[in-house]
Design a protein around this ligand. Structure first.
Ligand SMILES: [Ca+2]
Ligand SMILES: [Ca+2]
Ligand SMILES: [Ca+2]
Length: 444
């Protein structure tokens, strides 16, 4: 009852503020913009340990408020500040929820200078920009670098990036470097550039749109966890310095209703005493039917290598980097792009203009049962055991309804179920798991 009251109060607040938000921006000078997001999600999780004999049914509320302020003092400069308050309530039973909380934090604070070169063009370079400060780094489909918005606390980087634009060549190049923003205890401030996350990245990402409807991306991302050990494979922990070299291609097959996406990456470097020798590949093929409901059916295959040999001096487990994994490998977040073959079948449709329904079915196999099952957070969800020889983790069904109730308010409701498979049986408990959630978001 308390929850319902809180939601009703939030609704009331949002309705008044939505008008206020619009009104405020209309009455503010053009160089100032204010935006507000309020999000509430109730999650109910059952048996996320795959073990019926241990009780872990758990329901809780996730609350998140964001306030953004954009200043554009000149045509070429932009300053952005975003405050975030992320909290958990009604947290009844199992496990720490500290990963979902970060109170009263500066989530983003960056300054940007961007200018067109016009008649000063050099080598086709038509525009150049710099953005410095705490910011999101989000590229491609967010399989390796993303804002991880599903998460209550989400993720940012204390970083800098240079943006190069070659307008005639239809080419954009971003060069970036920085560190992952530390997520300190909810009460403690996440200091700027303090490096305590011990997780640094650097690299470039290019996007080329010069051929028909194709978008071609190419990138190199370096990760360095100097001072932090990461658990991979059978042979354990080590500081990571790896390089991910990849490419991505998206587009539509001309004169058809087919769309596609391919991405592949090779990874080298060091992981503790081991050499890194890993790769990933993704293929998506979709078909949109000509019908008022815009039904789309798609098949997706996600592959990432795992460590098949503990003694060969190589880490074959792919490092998933800093992704938004929730979008891809099942909404229960049991799977990441590490040691996996995920066969995903999806159908979705809009039976009403503001209503989107989707149903997903996943078949999860490990690349090798000699390596672990890694959760969406890249932590080990289930350790492998000597003698495990069945790669089948299980299958998952995800049902999701999204309803855009008003211009400002969106409601999501979802149900998911995991059918446990033989890899889980061979390595421990193997009971099914359930997930129910409802999320309300206000944006204005
Ligand atoms: Ca249980
Ligand atoms: Ca904090
Ligand atoms: Ca190996």
């Amino acid at each position: 009852m308390k929850n319902i009251m809180a939601v009703v109060m939030l609704l009331g607040l949002a309705c008044t503020q939505s008008q206020a938000g619009e009104y405020l921006n209309k009455s503010l000078p053009e160089w100032i913009n204010v935006d507000v997001q309020l999000r509430q999600r109730y999650e109910w999780r059952s048996n996320f340990d795959f073990n019926d004999s241990i009780y872990d049914k758990d329901g809780f509320n996730l609350w998140r408020g964001r306030l953004g302020l954009t200043l554009k003092p000149t045509k070429e400069t932009r300053l952005f500040y975003q405050f975030q308050d992320a909290r958990v309530s009604d947290d009844s039973t199992t496990g720490s929820k500290s990963a979902y909380e970060n109170w009263g934090e500066t989530r983003q604070l960056w300054g940007e200078f961007k200018t067109a070169l016009e008649d000063r063009e050099v080598c086709g370079l038509s525009g150049i920009g710099v953005r410095m400060g705490r910011q999101e780094l989000s590229y491609g489909a967010q399989r390796l670098l993303g804002a991880f918005d599903w998460s209550n606390a989400a993720q940012t980087f204390d970083a800098g990036k240079i943006m190069l634009e070659f307008e005639k060549q239809k080419l954009n190049v971003d060069i970036f470097g920085g560190g992952k923003t530390p997520l300190k205890s909810p009460r403690e401030m996440d200091d700027f550039y303090d490096g305590s996350a011990n997780d640094r990245i650097g690299g470039y990402y290019t996007v080329y749109k010069g051929i028909g409807n194709l978008t071609m991306d190419q990138y190199v991302i370096n990760r360095n966890t100097d001072g932090q050990t990461i658990s991979f494979g059978q042979t354990g922990d080590g500081e990571v310095e790896d390089y991910t070299i990849g490419a991505r291609l998206t587009g539509k097959i001309p004169d058809t209703n087919f769309d596609y996406e391919f991405e592949a990456a090779k990874q080298t470097g060091n992981s503790g005493a081991l050499d890194v020798d890993a790769q990933m590949a993704v293929a998506v093929l979709g078909y949109t039917f000509e019908h008022d409901w815009h039904p789309r059916a798609s098949f997706e295959f996600d592959y990432a290598s795992g460590d098949h040999d503990a003694t060969d001096g190589d880490r074959q487990t792919f490092d998933n980097l800093y992704p938004t994994n929730h979008l891809f490998y099942g909404y229960m977040d049991f799977v990441s792009l590490q040691n996996i073959h995920d066969y995903r079948f999806q159908i979705k449709a809009d039976p009403m203009k503001k209503l989107n329904l989707s149903a997903d079915y996943h078949l999860f196999y490990l690349d090798t049962p000699k390596d672990n099952l890694y959760a969406a957070a890249r932590t080990i969800k289930r350790s492998t055991k000597a003698g495990a020889d069945d790669a089948y983790v299980g299958s998952e069904i995800d049902l999701l309804a999204k309803y855009q109730a008003t211009k400002f308010m969106g409601i999501w409701a979802g149900y998911s179920h995991l059918f446990a498979g033989d890899f889980l049986s061979q390595t421990g408990a193997d009971d099914d798991a359930d997930f129910v959630y409802a999320q309300t978001t206000f944006n204005f």
